[in-house]
Each structure stands twice: as C-alpha cells, then as structure tokens.
Design a protein around this ligand. Structure first.
Ligand SMILES: [Zn+2]
Length: 62
C-alpha cells in the first residue's frame, strides 16, 4: 500500500504548514520543519497533531 504522490504534494504539516517527507519503509510522514511524525494507515496519511509522534518524546500508544 502506497500513498498517492499527488496527495503527498499537497500535504503540509498541520502544526507549522511545513513540507513533509513520506518514508515508505516506515509508513510515516515526517515534517521537515518540526520533525513530527504522522502515521500512514492503509495508504492514508493521518495528518493530525494529536496522532503525531513528536521528536524527543517517547513513543506512546493508546
Ligand atoms: Zn511540522
């Protein structure tokens, strides 16, 4: 399952509107500005600050 490249082009970080990188191996989207990591579920990027993994914080699961 891969993310639509056209979708990736229009996506920005909801935190700071920075450009994002898609890491297909990890299935995450990383903001180049703040480093927040957004999960990708079934090819759908979950661009929610609430769901993001912040840099420097321990991974937490609910
Ligand atoms: Zn950001």
């Amino acid at each position: 399952m891969t993310v639509d490249p056209e979708l990736l082009e229009i996506l920005v970080c909801p935190n700071d509107r920075g450009d994002i990188d898609y890491l297909s191996e990890e299935q995450v989207i990383v903001c180049r500005m703040c480093g927040y990591r957004y999960p990708v579920r079934d090819g759908i990027p979950v661009m929610l600050i609430d769901q993001a993994e912040k840099p420097g914080t321990k991974k937490k699961r609910r």
